[in-house]
Design a protein around this ligand. Structure first.
Ligand code: ADP
Ligand code: MG
Length: 636
């Protein structure tokens, strides 16, 4: 039995979940509200506190400038990457960004990087798990879209660290889904996992054989999902509404967010009904309504869902398979609830679909399975082995701006490869190396991952040095590069400067700052609540001393209470939550008999004809019950 529980986390664009392997079954851990899904929404409230999940949703409508959603779309990307996103999503970016700096999002008067915002979501999930286990949770497996590039993966890992979680593994979402699915699957088969969520699309093809889960091809689009469908409907509604109102509705974030909420409701209704009414309450008591039929909806969204066809065909081609070779198509992600999407997938794979598992939860459940494997494996998972692949090729820019691929896409990870280079100039002592990721021929069309200089090469004639560049991709799909000159045998230094990313120092700072918004506040809140509770107790004790019951206590009992009271008064001034709690508990114990005596006297006065309600019962000091009551009231 591992002493630390490792949780599995699905950090989604729209919803996030945390799960855990309980015995031989993965289960989702609910939040305090009893719900499994935590909406990936973060807001900064008026008191400078971070609010996450369902509680944060109301800010999106009431004070949109304080909230953010779909932040996953911004993970590991820079300002130039996200121009299109900025047109469609109300991301408010900090304007004072230095060139090359990781972008920051404004929430109220503060700014945060995407990994910090994701960290707030992760921290909420961590807290939910800690409450569930009543024990600390510090290690996690986090899922990412299979098609995430290196920068997006790095950013996700950073988010974990900022949230105080050691990320033991990043697992591709469709692969995780297959782990949950495969737990019950005993025969060998080839499975396609089609995952269409809120913001990303992934397709993976796997072979399941005697506990080995081997991904053979993966493809997708990290900017495609239910959000895009919402945006189509929002555009139509805003056009209609614009005609009726004198203000520029597109610039009114309150209207846009109200429309967004109504549109999502309508979309979900259309998954179950043939027709629905889009119904939006506008400012000034006006109302916008429009009937939408399923047929109209399907026509509208066809271009969006057709964008999944290319990646599916490519994945089949890369796997060397035909649709009929696929034994099972597994649906993942909320957007696969749309009937038209299901029909499309049936057409693509020429078969009926597998959807026994809840498409919202299956990724998190699979992450929990992987966490269990990493924890050493239980009876259910000890035979399981996961062989995942690299979604995109990695290479180096060559002379003239071309790309030399060093690791090809769909290579099984972990993987490593070497490539040898030489110099082009007499006596050259430095070589600049540019690492890129992507499938395009020219380096400028690929994602730039890192630039580094191999320095200190001894001067040699051009073409003589043998420079070995080594790429290592770890099990998370993250690249590590090293380089050395072999001919001289001299150790050469390398400087890796990731083109994206937060430095270690920045992440460390963010870890510290995040406490300002979470842990510290949480601790302070605990102290404040404990003080209030102590205050209530002391007031009640005052009353107890005036009760006839006090005189019935022995001198020793009274002096114990006096000491406990003094103890509580002393620790109340300090910030030590535990100390205040223990002092409260002690006084509670010490006044137990006083409470009984007071209760008896209250009952006897009631029997003498007094009204129970006016008798001094509820405010007695000792019984834990009235105190707890008072605490709840004081919080409200
Ligand atoms: P993510 O992985 O991006 O967090 P989810 O798998 O939770 O996403 O799916 C969320 C998306 O699914 C959202 O765009 C949501 O509107 C959409 N969705 C959820 N339920 C339905 C439904 N019944 N019909 C259509 N779309 C749905
Ligand atoms: Mg998802």
């Amino acid at each position: 039995m591992p002493n630390q529980r490792i949780v599995g986390i699905d950090l989604g664009t729209t919803n996030s979940l945390v799960a855990y392997m309980e015995g031989d079954r993965p289960v989702v851990i609910p939040g305090e509200d009893g719900l499994n899904l935590v909406p990936s929404v973060v807001a900064l409230d008026e008191n400078g506190q971070i609010v996450v999940g369902n509680a944060a949703r109301k800010y999106l409508i009431e004070t949109p400038e304080r909230g953010v959603y779909s932040v996953k779309r911004l993970m590991g990307r820079d300002v130039a990457d996200i121009r299109d996103e900025l047109k469609l999503f109300p991301f408010r970016l900090a304007e004072d960004l230095a060139p090359g700096e990781v972008l920051r999002i404004k929430l109220g008067d503060k700014t945060f990087t995407p990994p910090e915002i994701s960290a707030f979501i992760l921290r909420q999930l961590k807290r939910n798990a800690e409450r569930y286990f009543a024990a600390p949770v510090t290690q996690a497996v986090i899922t990412v879209p299979a098609y995430f590039n290196d920068a997006q993966r790095q950013a996700t890992k950073d988010a974990g660290r900022i949230a105080g979680l050691e990320v033991l593994r990043l697992v591709n979402e469709p692969t995780a889904a297959s782990l949950a699915y495969g737990l019950d699957q005993k025969q060998s088969e080839t499975v396609a996992v089609y995952d269409l969520g809120g913001g990303t699309f992934d397709i993976s093809i796997l072979k399941l054989h005697e506990g080995i889960f081997e991904v053979i091809a993966t493809n997708g689009d990290t900017q495609l999902g239910g959000d895009d469908i919402d945006n189509l409907l929002i555009a139509i509604a805003l056009d209609d509404i614009q005609g009726d109102l004198a203000i520029d509705v597109r610039r009114n974030s309150e209207i846009v967010q109200t429309v967004r909420k109504a549109v999502i409701e309508a979309k979900i209704a259309l998954s179950a009904n043939d027709q629905t009414t889009l119904d939006v309450e506008l400012p000034g008591g006006k109302r916008y309504q429009r009937v939408i039929s399923r047929q109209q909806f399907e026509q509208l969204i066809q271009p969006v869902i057709d964008r999944t066809v290319g990646p599916v065909k490519q994945a089949l081609k890369d796997a060397g398979l035909k649709p009929k070779d696929i034994n099972e198509a597994v649906l993942v992600g909320g957007s696969t609830r749309i009937p038209r999407v299901r029909v499309l997938v049936e057409e693509l794979f020429e078969r009926k679909l597998h959807s026994d598992l809840n498409p919202d939860e299956v990724v998190a459940l699979g992450a929990a399975v992987q966490a269990d494997i990493l924890a050493g494996g239980s009876e259910a998972t000890k035979e399981m082995l996961l062989l995942d692949v690299m979604p995109l090729s990695l290479g180096i820019e060559s002379l003239g701006g071309g790309v030399v691929k060093i690791i090809h896409r769909n290579s099984t990870i972990p993987a490593s490869a070497n490539e040898h280079f030489t110099t082009g100039v007499e006596g050259q002592t430095n070589v600049a190396i540019h690492v890129v990721q992507g499938e395009r021929e020219l380096a400028k069309d690929c994602r730039s991952l890192a630039r580094f200089d191999l320095k200190g090469i001894p001067p040699m004639p051009a073409g003589l040095p043998r420079i070995e560049v080594k790429f290592l991709i770890d099990a998370n799909g993250i690249l590590h590069v090293s380089a050395r000159e072999l001919r001289s045998g001299k150790v050469s230094e390398i400087e890796v400067q990731p083109s994206y990313g937060l430095t270690d120092e920045q992440v460390e700072n963010m870890i510290l700052e995040s406490f300002d918004y979470a842990e510290e506040d949480f601790r302070q809140r605990q102290v404040i609540e404990a003080r209030n509770e102590a205050e209530t107790m002391l007031t009640a004790l005052e009353k107890g001393r005036n009760n006839p019951g006090w005189q019935q206590l022995s001198p020793r009992e009274r002096s114990t209470i006096d000491k406990q009271e003094a103890g509580l008064r002393a620790v109340m001034k300090e910030d030590d939550y535990q100390a205040i709690r223990s002092a409260i508990d002690a006084l509670n114990q010490g006044t137990m008999r006083l409470a009984e005596l007071m209760m008896d006297s209250a009952v006897s006065s009631a029997l003498k004809g007094k009204d129970m309600a006016t008798a001094d019962v509820g405010e007695g000091p000792a019984s834990p019950h009235p105190i707890a009551q008072a605490e709840i009231n004081s919080r409200d």
